[in-house]
Design a protein around this ligand. Structure first.
Ligand code: PMM
Length: 272
């Protein structure tokens, strides 16, 4: 089903709630690592007004080890089935085409790929045949090497040019233009100043003509700003950023908590 058919609100920034069914994600690792706790959290998110629930079964944090495809599927499929049955629009956060297919079969509607097709050579053609929306995020290298690849002359121009190449490949594989969402990939092969430059210049990325999703929630660059090593202490900064992004008309934010972000977006709506 295409993005426009998903009945997402078009008059405000949408909230994508994060559920990492993993023992080792940086901000919520281990908290929702069983199907039962992950489903409970998803149901809470629905009650709080989430627009999309992003379910992932493999940590993407820098340096993380990969899990087997079978383990990844075992983690996410029961959660996707339950939350889709409860009426949520679910996205699958995966770099693997096989997991993407299984997730869509289980009821997910969107594929969120932090490698934009670079990890799995079958991903773009698989998504094209699934006919579903595809979130293409900017990164460089894999999770082991990305920190060493965070060097740019002009981060905004380079991210746009590298994402444009990913879009060209996605279109060539048969993904339709109206099913592509772009993401600057904050924290992925980026130092704090790179993330801020991208956020200040989001309109340049938006000028490519695709919806833009921003995933800043509790990331290290916010910790650097507010002086906190604890991801939960970065929540207020994340909410402030959501308000600013909503004011600027960003399509969506990918966040760990839902209600505070819906509230920040409602406040921004009063300035529209
Ligand atoms: N960040 C993470 C994982 N998946 N997907 C998209 N589209 N954008 C992101 O910024 C992004 C992502 C890492 O953060 P997490 O461990 O809190 O999920």
């Amino acid at each position: 089903m295409s993005l426009s058919k998903l009945s997402l609100p078009s008059n405000r920034t949408i909230v994508m709630g994060i559920i990492n069914v993993t023992p080792d994600s940086f901000a919520d690792g281990g908290r929702y690592d069983t199907a039962v706790t992950a489903i409970e959290r998803g149901l809470e998110m629905i009650a709080e007004g989430v627009d999309i629930i992003d379910v992932g079964g493999e940590s993407t944090r820098p340096g993380a080890d990969r899990v087997s495809p079978q383990e990844e599927e075992n983690r996410v499929i029961p959660v996707i089935q339950a939350l889709a049955a409860a009426g949520a629009i679910v996205s699958i956060d995966t770099k693997r085409s096989m997991v993407a297919s299984a997730a869509i079969q289980a009821g997910a509607k969107i594929v969120n790929d932090v490698s934009a097709g670079l990890s799995d050579s079958q991903m773009l053609s698989t998504v094209a045949s699934l006919g579903c929306p595809y979130i293409a995020m900017h990164t460089r290298g894999n999770s082991k090497e990305m920190n060493s690849l965070a060097t740019y002359q002009d981060v905004v121009a380079e991210v746009i040019s590298e994402l444009s190449a990913r879009i060209a490949d996605a279109l060539a594989a048969g993904i339709t233009k109206d099913n592509i969402v772009l993401d600057p990939g904050l924290g992925f092969a980026k130092e704090p100043e790179h993330n801020w430059a991208l956020l200040r210049n989001l309109d340049a990325l938006e000028a490519l003509g695709y919806p833009v999703l921003v995933g800043a929630s509790r990331k290290r660059f916010l910790g650097t700003l507010v002086g906190s090593d604890n991801p939960e202490d970065r929540e207020a900064a994340t909410i402030a950023l959501t308000g600013l992004l909503a004011r600027g008309g960003t399509w969506g934010v990918r966040v760990h908590s839902v209600k505070p972000h819906r509230d920040a977006i409602a406040v921004a709506g009063k300035f529209a």
